[in-house]
Write a protein that binds this ligand. Structure first.
Ligand code: NAD
Length: 306
């Protein structure tokens, strides 16, 4: 992917002083590339890549995310298989389904949409997914591979951030990166990936002192705190690159609701050199990386053809 870094440079848009890192356009370009690749598989008589999506319960945000993922699969040529399960299902029943999917030859990726209902054991369920079908990169085997710099499936959101930075040719080597948030899903893996690209990484969290001062040290600031607009313009070093992972819904005058992030965008864009918007930044890249991971998994599972 990284060799295609120029794909979106024409799509750069400037607002305020910071250039928008356009996740929607970059994700569209990635989908087109994957679609072309899949058409190539089909022309060789191979099957479509297959992704199983397990959605448990009725969490409205999860339903929207799953709908977007299924739609993105369709646009790209990946066959998605949606398994919608009742929120009262037991862990053992979910494990049984995962075991069936683990065995199926036409399923290359298994995605368990998080968060799971509190009655289920998230750890046990994520560990049951075969590591080579773990397109969310959350199995401990894949986490270990990431930590030790080995090839493996990597979590979609941090991978999407790295892809966006690469395609905009943003240098990381020797830069001071500050990550706010230390979750297994975003904060920890993005810290490792930035380190792998030779950034000097500081990880901040809910118990970090003087967060604003810490943030101001950053050439690259990644914010994944899940706190609405916590990062103000005054927290940002002039010329820094700002990646906003947060997603929050708030009321709007037209009653439709508005999405915003962990960064106060209107202030931050005046100070940053590059910034991701919410929506249209990290979110679409996360979905694009799910598709990319599914295709990676497909290819690694059919080694005789690749
Ligand atoms: P999480 O709740 O698991 O982790 C949040 C982290 O932020 C924790 O490590 C915590 O220590 C830290 N934190 C919380 N409050 C803080 C504070 N006041 N100061 C400093 N650190 C603080 O969340 P997550 O799963 O990492 O997600 C973070 C945000 O990103 C959420 O808004 C989530 O909805 C969003 N998200 C977006 C995408 C996407 O595709 N765009 C993907 C995953 C998560």
């Amino acid at each position: 992917m990284e060799q295609e870094v120029n794909a979106v440079t024409q799509a750069q848009t400037t607002l305020g002083s910071g250039t928008i890192l356009d996740g929607t356009e970059t994700a569209r370009a990635i989908r087109e590339e994957l679609k072309g690749e899949i058409e190539g598989f089909l022309s060789r008589g191979l099957r479509h890549p297959g992704l199983a999506v397990i959605l448990i319960g009725t969490n409205p945000a999860s339903q929207v995310y799953v709908k977007n993922k299924v739609l993105a699969c369709k646009k790209t040529g990946i066959e998605s298989h949606l398994h919608q399960l009742d929120e009262n299902i037991e862990t053992n029943q979910v494990l049984k389904l995962i075991e069936e999917l683990n065995q199926k030859d036409d399923i290359d990726g298994i995605l368990v949409q998080l968060p799971l209902p509190a009655t289920l054991s998230t750890d046990t369920i994520l560990e049951a997914v075969r590591p080579d079908k773990d397109v969310d990169g959350l199995h401990t085997q894949n986490v270990g591979r990431l930590l030790s710099g080995k090839k493996g499936l990597r979590p979609c959101t941090p991978r999407g951030i790295m892809e966006l930075l690469a395609r905009y040719e943003i240098p990381l080597e020797g830069k001071a990166a500050v990550v706010i948030g230390r979750s297994n899903l975003v904060g920890k893996p993005i810290s490792i990936m930035l380190l792998e690209k030779h950034a000097t990484v500081k990880i901040c969290h809910s118990r970090t002192k003087d967060l604003d001062r810490q943030a101001r040290d950053a050439d690259i600031l990644v914010v994944a705190a899940g706190r609405k607009e916590i990062v103000k313009g005054s927290w940002i070093k002039p010329g820094a690159v700002v990646i906003d992972v947060g997603i929050h819904k708030e009321e709007s005058d037209d009653g439709k609701g508005r999405l915003c992030g962990d960064v106060l965008f209107s202030e931050a864009r005046e100070v940053a050199s590059y910034i991701t918007p919410v929506p249209g930044g990290v979110g679409p890249m996360t979905v694009a990386m799910l598709l990319s991971n599914t295709v990676e998994s497909y290819k690694s599972r059919l080694p005789q053809f690749f």
